[in-house]
Write a protein that binds this ligand. Structure first.
Ligand SMILES: Cc1cc2nc3c(=O)[nH]c(=O)nc-3n(C[C@H](O)[C@H](O)[C@H](O)COP(=O)(O)OP(=O)(O)OC[C@H]3O[C@@H](n4cnc5c(N)ncnc54)[C@H](O)[C@@H]3O)c2cc1C
Length: 421
């Protein structure tokens, strides 16, 4: 079976989760023929990206989503973070970051992944240049010199063959597309599992997000609009397996022991879901006619809440390079080749520093706070205190989390793609 002209695309995005769907939105209106292939509908209970988690969005991500026109729908479901409080259980150091001190409206926003999915996918529904294959999986990939042939297996059992000049791997940490292009990924298993749930504290959270490091791993509480908090409790894997079986009372007692009474007594807990944690790092961010983005490029520990924020910057950079390439070939689709090696090496070069810094920062944080040695403990407490006292350190963290290092993509500066600047 061969692909006809109707099945030929400029770009095929494999994976319509948080990052792949964001890229489809970013390419909207550029007059690029895009295919989006997603295995599970965004509102299905089994959707692995738009699931029960909440995501902390940085200000950089807010700006990107604003420029893409998705922010009003996201903001309607989002809770602003006014302060972040970082502490280390049993030790004296702690750090506070305050939005007002930094001259910001908020340090970030907490949004339910399902709400993010609804906001992104409702924008995709009315897109002329986009063909959505969902539910459908990529069954095979054959890389040719001019294009890649992609077998798309739909839920009905039918298989369609499509062609694309560029394939984007947005299919998550286990990316089959990345593997099909021969790109390996190094995995560091942290032997930790994040147990995610919602808790209701007696006291209102006042829009403060808490990050507390404990001997067994970090605990984060993120504010929600209704006074509840998302709890991300990271535990050694064997302990997490037990924690999933504890009664609600036992579970809340353990959370209370680790977190203390800053928010009063925890009154209620929701359903618990477990996520085993690892650092997965692809050896490269492109190969052949494939660009690798989001978790397919790097899957991070959620300790600093940076995975999606980083993936969204992959999107902003790649979409900008696509727009630049289009501007070089106005009105002649035959000359456009979004899988050209020049475009992909520009993508690799642009992403290298931001990606390297965030991976090193996140991995360093996990390892620093997992180290039981006294000297390290003392250092990390002094570090937290110094961090609290030194505004430049806070500003540096703020810029790291918003991706303000290096060349900032247009979308993160509020400039629409296609606009001069
Ligand atoms: C517990 C936890 C908390 C987190 N909290 C935060 C946070 O606060 N802030 C933050 O920035 N990040 C956070 N993250 C990270 C964030 O969730 C990820 O960075 C994000 O999910 C990456 O999105 P993605 O689209 O790249 O991959 P995924 O979310 O894995 O989505 C991949 C998509 O591809 C589809 N797919 C897979 N294979 C195929 C195929 N063969 N064919 C078609 N479709 C396919 C899947 O169905 C899925 O929809 C957290 C992660 C965890 C585990």
């Amino acid at each position: 079976m061969g692909a006809d002209a109707n099945d030929s695309f400029d770009i095929a995005i494999v994976g319509g989760g948080m990052v792949g769907a964001s890229l489809a939105v970013a390419l909207k209106g550029l007059q690029v023929r895009v295919a989006l292939i997603e295995a599970v509908p965004h509102d299905a209970a089994s959707q692995p990206s738009f699931d029960e988690r909440t995501t902390a969005l940085s200000n950089g991500s807010r700006c990107i989503l604003e420029t893409l026109g998705v922010w009003p729908a996201v903001a309607a479901a989002a809770t602003p973070i006014a302060k972040i409080h970082v502490s280390d259980q049993g030790h004296f150091g702690f750090a506070r970051i305050d939005a007002a001190e930094q001259g910001l409206r908020a340090l970030g926003y907490v949004v339910a992944n399902r709400a993010l999915g609804a906001a992104l996918w409702s924008t995709l529904a009315d897109q002329g240049d986009l063909r959505v294959y969902c539910p459908a999986r990529v069954s095979r990939l054959t890389a040719g010199e001019q294009a890649v042939e992609i077998g798309v297996a739909e839920a009905s059992g039918a298989e369609t063959l499509i062609r694309a000049r560029l394939v984007v791997a947005a299919d998550g940490v286990e990316s089959a597309v990345r593997a099909a292009f021969g790109v390996s990924a190094a995995v560091r298993d942290y032997d930790q599992t994040a147990v995610i749930t919602t808790v209701l504290p007696r006291n209102f959270h006042q829009h403060v997000a808490y990050e507390r490091f404990t001997a067994n791993g970090p605990l984060a509480l993120l504010p929600q609009n209704d006074g509840r908090c998302t709890l991300v409790l990271t535990l050694q894997r064997s302990m997490a397996e037990s924690a999933m079986r504890w009664s609600d009372e036992e579970f809340l007692a353990e959370v209370q022991r680790r977190f203390g009474f800053r928010l009063g007594r925890f009154l209620k807990v929701g359903r618990r879901v477990a996520y085993p944690l690892a650092l997965t790092r692809a050896s490269r961010t492109s190969a052949g006619r494939c660009a690798i983005i989001g978790n397919a490029a790097q899957g991070l520990h959620p300790v600093a809440g940076m995975g999606f924020n980083l993936g969204l910057r992959d999107v902003a950079c790649l979409a900008e390079l696509v727009a630049e390439h289009l501007a070089l070939h106005p009105g002649n689709p035959e000359l456009r080749d979004f899988g050209a090696s020049g475009l992909l090496s520009a993508y690799d070069a642009w992403r290298a520093a931001d990606r390297g810094e965030i991976i090193a920062f996140t991995d360093g944080l996990v390892r620093l706070f997992a180290n039981p040695l006294r000297a390290v403990q003392r250092l990390r407490n002094l570090g937290l205190l110094a961090f609290d006292l030194l505004p430049p350190a806070k500003a540096a963290l703020s810029s790291l989390s918003t991706g303000a290092a290096g060349r900032i993509p247009k979308l993160a500066r509020g400039v629409a793609l296609g606009a001069p600047l």
